[in-house]
Structure formats: structure tokens, C-alpha cells
Design a protein around this ligand. Sequence first.
Ligand code: M6R
Length: 587
Amino acid sequence: MCGIMGYTGGGAAAKIVYDGLKRLEYRGYDSAGISVLCGNEIKTVKRLGRVSALGGLLGKMHGGTGIGHTRWATHGKPSDENAHPHNAGVFSIVHNGIIENYSQLKAEYFSDENFLSDTDSEVIAKLLDKFYDGDLTSALARVCGLLRGSYAIAVMCAKSDGFAVAKRGSSVVIGYGENENFAASDLPALAGLCKNVAVLNDGDIALLTANGVAIFDENLQGVIREIVPNPATPADLELNGNPHYMLKEIREVPAAIERTRLSYAYVESSVKKAMEGVDRVIITGCGTAYNSGLAAKRYIESFARIPAEAEIAGEFRYKNPVITPNTAVIAVSQSGETADTVEAAELALSLGAKVIAVTNSPYSRLTRCADVVVPVEAGCEICVAATKSYSGQVTALYMIARTLAGSSVQSSAEIIAPFPALCAQITESEDIDGLADMCARSYGTYFLGRDIDYAVAQEGSLKLKEISYVPSEGYPAGELKHGTLALIDIRTVSVFIITGKSLAGKCANAVEQVLSRKGKAAVITNVAEVAERFKGRAYVVEIPSCDEWLSPLVSSVVLQLLAYKTALLLDRDPDKPRNLAKSVTVE
Ligand code: M6R
């Protein structure tokens, strides 16, 4: 959701910031821009489109301090004018977040002035220029005091060395180098650039020069933030011969499951303690993370017989939820930065719930507010579509549910042990090209299943629509006849996931209902009788038999590959789908 990057030191700032922005591009790719301090003049380039649009424009930007931005448009269409940085007087700024009171600030302080953009961000540069009396940090603190909403801001001043950053809501990581320092929205930008990093707290302001970093709280009192080894490595960013990050990351599903299952042993006792006496569980998240929560609901209710609900975080946070001291909230988020999910977790905490974070990002906002953090060990995920992180989330949530049911961590880990190999089998062998072709030509694709297969159906549908733009819906197979069946005709494809024997017959009825309305159907199944029954009448994908509850780990890989292949057939960029960004740090 916009990426910012700043550098100060002896290197070529323009190139370093440009490279950093390319690594942050998954956060938004509507426009990009860079400012560099050249002597005591600020030079700025910005363009509509991807970061690479800046490549040929950096030749004259010589200087050791620079800031840059890659944008996911919120206020103001994607355009050159609305691209960041925004400049005013001696200032240049980049901003990630939303300034909710920008119109009031404009009206109050600049009623007679023209703004060059339609953004909520330009007012920050104007305010800095207005309040500046020779001290960058105090001007920035004063401006931050006026802002409502969320922000990570990097500011360069033509009259000061280095640059400053400020944050509230949106994240900022400081990178400590030797005679050079960095700031970025996320760790991948800093991979290979510095050995140590620190995460800023809300309200922090940091002043970075080549020689050091000074951090202040909102009252400009000096504060110390923990400095930890930089966990991001350049290897995280390699494609390793894959044409896209999405395929690379699907191929990393087995490793994500394996690492997550093994690491759970280190947090099991904390989960147990936090869950003592819990009589109700709410799992919350957005998008794919919510979909993994649908599986978790089934696990918790079936294994532990504790009532559980999966709630979309953006709904949960505004519905005045019923929370008792015995309610546990499990907040699931790959990035740990999704505004709705973090706010939902903070609300639950304030109402007295125990909050367990399930996240792939150890230094995220979510980890800093939760009572217990259960790591998803998927590794850096760059493709906007979540793949291996879903598998890691399902693994972690399965283990949490089993802990709640009193099972030992060893027994859970043993049940999961065969799954990395089963998933690897799918990624290397499954032939779904024909099905991808059907989906690419379809008027609409429906994903249907019952019980745990319904949870996967939702995720399969999200993946397909997100990266191929084929209209799609996930639905409980039993509900088909209550409405959705009206949409079925020869132009539609219905993809059924049938992994449980007990409901296989019922689900097969729904396949028949589709076929008898001339709809095209596909069946992804590990039930031999089902495969036999539909061969020749539907597109059948046979997957290995496995523990019924954990079948989402296997079937989701087929659906991820299906979405990927469909996107390629339609000439879409699977890594950077239109209109989207990976970390949604705004509302
Ligand atoms: O980082 P998070 O897991 O909190 O992100 C939540 C959703 O934005 C995310 O899962 C989104 O739906 C993905 N693009 C789905 O592939």
C-alpha cells in the first residue's frame, strides 16, 4: 500500500532508492518518484506507471541523500501530478497512508493557495514549509501533531543533511549501515544493504544522517528502539529460474508447511496458557487470511468442541463485537500490517480478549500488539496473491486447534509431516492446462465444496478473480440450488472440490445439477468413486489421498496453479494484478 524508501550516505542515492523501490513495488505500482539532494538543491522525478519508468531519468541526480515512493492510489487518480514526492519550498516528501483531515488542513492553512495534486499527501509538504524555522525535526513534529489518519513519511529538506521519517499506523524500518543509513516501508527493500534494523513505534520521528540515526517520540524526547539483525536476505528476492514470483512461491509451499509445523513447538506452551478457560474463539483477517480462518473455524469446533467464528476484520472492528474475558481472538495476517486486521486485534485487546497473532512477519504491527505470536514460516512472499502464506496459516491454525483440543504438539506435527511431499507432488505433476483454458474462456467460474472443501473453494475463487480478472464466486455446494444455479449455462465453469468421503455423494449431486444445465464442470478429488463417476463428463483432477482435515493444503495448491495458468493464458501479470497491492495498510 505504497512503499517509501530513503537513503543517506556516500553512495549514489538515486540508484539505491530506485533499487529499493523496485523491491517494494508489490506495495503499489500506479506511479513512482524519487527526490535527491544535489548540493543544496532538491531534484525530483516522478512518473505514472511502474518504478522502471524512472530508470532513464536519474542521470543528473547526483547526491548522497534521496527519498522515493511507489504508489497505490487512494486520493487522486494515478498520474504524473499525483505521483510522489510532493515538494513545497525547501521540502520534498513521500507518504504512505491516508491523511483523513487533509481537506480541513487545506481549508484552514492554505485557502488561497493552489495545490499541484489531488492527493491527501501534498498538504504535508506545504505544512512543513509553513512551520519551518530552521529545524527539520521540530517542524515535522508540529506537522505530525496536526495529521489525522495513518502515515509513514520521509522528508528531505534542502537546508539539512540527511532526511527524516515519521510514522503512525503505517510501518517504517530503519536500516543501519556503515557511514550510511536507510529507511523503508518493509524489510525486503533493505535486503543485503545493512546488517541491522530497527522498527519504529507509532509517534516516532527519526533523523537519519550518514553518521547516525536519532529517534524521538512525539514530544521530541530521545528514545531507543531495539536494534536487531536484518532478517531479509537477497536470496529472498531471487526468482531462482522461475518466470514469476507466484510460481516460485507456490513451489515453496512444501517448505512453508514444514518450517511452520516445526516452529510451532516453540510457542505451543504460550498458546496453551493464553487459551486457558477460553470458551469462544473468533478468527479474524482479510482476504486469504480470512479464508484460512474459515478452515480454522472447522478445526476448532470439530477438535476442541469450542464455538468458533471466522470474521472479516473490516466488519468485526465496526460491529461492537461481543467479547467476554473468556474469548480468544486469533488475528491472521501474512504481512501483519493490514490495517483492518491490526485494528481488529487492538479492539479485541481493549475489550479484554486474549489475542493470538498468526503472521509471516515477525516485526510487524500485529506482532507488537498480540499476547502471543504464532509464526507462519513461509518466508518472504512478494507476489500480491498469497500462496505459500495460506499454506503456512492453515498449518499453524490446525496446530492451534489441536492444542485447544489437548493434543500433543508431536502428534499434530506427525499428522502434518507427509504434506510437504504431497504438495510437492502437485506442484511438479498436476496437469490442469485444459481446465485453465476452460476458465480463461468462461463467462464466470464458480468454486464449490462442502465443509472444509468450502473453505478452500472461497480461496480458489479469490485467487482466480484476483490475478486473472475472470468473474468468480466461492460457494457451499449445497447452496447452489438456492440461487447460484440460475447463473449456470454453457458459458460457465463450476469447479468442485470433493475430498471428504462422507459428503462426497451429496456434493456429486451438485455436479450432476450443473451438468444437466449444460454447465461445464471440473472435479478436484481424492475420492476414487467420484473420479470414476465423472470421467468423460467433467474435467477430473485426481489429487493424492490424505488426512481429510488437512486436504486444503493439497487442494489449494491445485487452485493456486489453476489461477496462475489462467492468468498467463489471458496475458495478465500474475505478480502484480491491476488495482491491487500486497499490504493494505489503509482502510
Ligand atoms: O497481509 P494480510 O494477510 O493481512 O493480507 C490480507 C489480504 O489483503 C490478502 O490476503 C489478499 O487478499 C491477497 N492478495 C490474496 O491473495
